[in-house]
Design a protein around this ligand. Sequence first.
Ligand SMILES: Cc1cc2nc3c(=O)[nH]c(=O)nc-3n(C[C@H](O)[C@H](O)[C@H](O)COP(=O)(O)O)c2cc1C
Length: 390
Amino acid sequence: MLRYFTAGESHGEALVAFLSGMPAGLEIDQAFVDRELWRRQQGYGRGGRMKIERDSAHILSGVRHGKTIGSPISMQLENRDWKNWQQSLPVEAGDPEKHKRVASPRPGHADLAGALKFNFPEARYVLERASARESAARVAIGAIAKLYLRALGIEVLSHVVTTGAVTVSEQVPWEKVKALYDREEVLLNCADKELELRMKEEVDKVLKTGDSLGGVFEVIAHNVPPGLGTYAQWDERLDGMLAGAVMSLQAVKAVEIGSGVAAAFSPGSLVHDEIGYAATSGFTAFSRTRNNAGGIEGGISNGEEIRVRGYLKPISTLRRPLQSVDFSTREPVKAAYERSDVCVVPAAGVAAEAMVALTLARCALDKFGGDSLTETVRNFQGYCQQIKNF
Ligand SMILES: Cc1cc2nc3c(=O)[nH]c(=O)nc-3n(C[C@H](O)[C@H](O)[C@H](O)COP(=O)(O)O)c2cc1C
């Protein structure tokens, strides 16, 4: 069973990520892991922090001589900002005068609910963990999951569908999304260059007015065999697992599989993907005329591309803050402001790729098993042969 979790505060010394259950013998490409971390830091509309952080995953365990050894993998991501926070966020008691209070909760952030829940007088500790800095740790372990999936021929990438009022209305083909991955400069990670420039104008508007923006990203998993996940039990459905994984990301407020939202407003004849039997490539000779299902039927991958969209609410820290209440005096004040991103759709897409990759890797391991990669790949190939001959 593939298991993973993370630890670390946003301005603490480091983030830590754990990944347990990865088979032995998987080659770890450190440059690939660090490039994934770099991708999460990109995008127009990010705050100043991205300029000081250049994330790198320091592997502490589970990898020897460049390959996984089947024991738990742990990684550390240094917070370069820690040097500026050692006095105000120490592990030991420290000097209370130097603590940086978050005096008034930001509407939309975890500040108020977290302070009430954990009985904190203000929200510093809340934002330290609720912050999406945590998603960097997920991207690090997600990169290992991607390397594992790559050994089975599966790839996972994302692109931006909506920023503010600008939306890509056509379905974007895999090749165009793959081409985005090779870009050395990331603006809004949109496959349509003209729309990308219009998205930038949307971000410019909120940068001027002290506001923020949300949007929509789409994660595509390419070359996934039919048969991952199952309808046999509610919590083993692939659609449910993916929805939970993507929704667990900070600021994601809705998840859509395939054309799920439009499907609810359309007759069946316009939604369901008709079946043929003439395919010359792919896992089987069965074919589909379209992919409104987003590659999943009955909680099982059906051999088409898996397409999952995440809908992000706008960033809640505003340079022109909304109304709030002072934690100490209970008087009305403006919400706290701390250096912040104004738009993060491309970065959220990268974090969601990690969550999708971890989910698919878990399902693939459930299906194909294997303590070593050799064993997994042998089982995978045997299954591919079985469905080819079906
Ligand atoms: C990549 C990424 C970066 C984010 N950066 C910020 C930020 O700089 N400022 C902020 O207020 N929220 C930011 N958020 C969103 C908050 O983390 C999130 O809204 C908050 O933790 C409350 O959780 P919720 O929105 O899921 O309810 C970011 C989210 C993501 C995915």
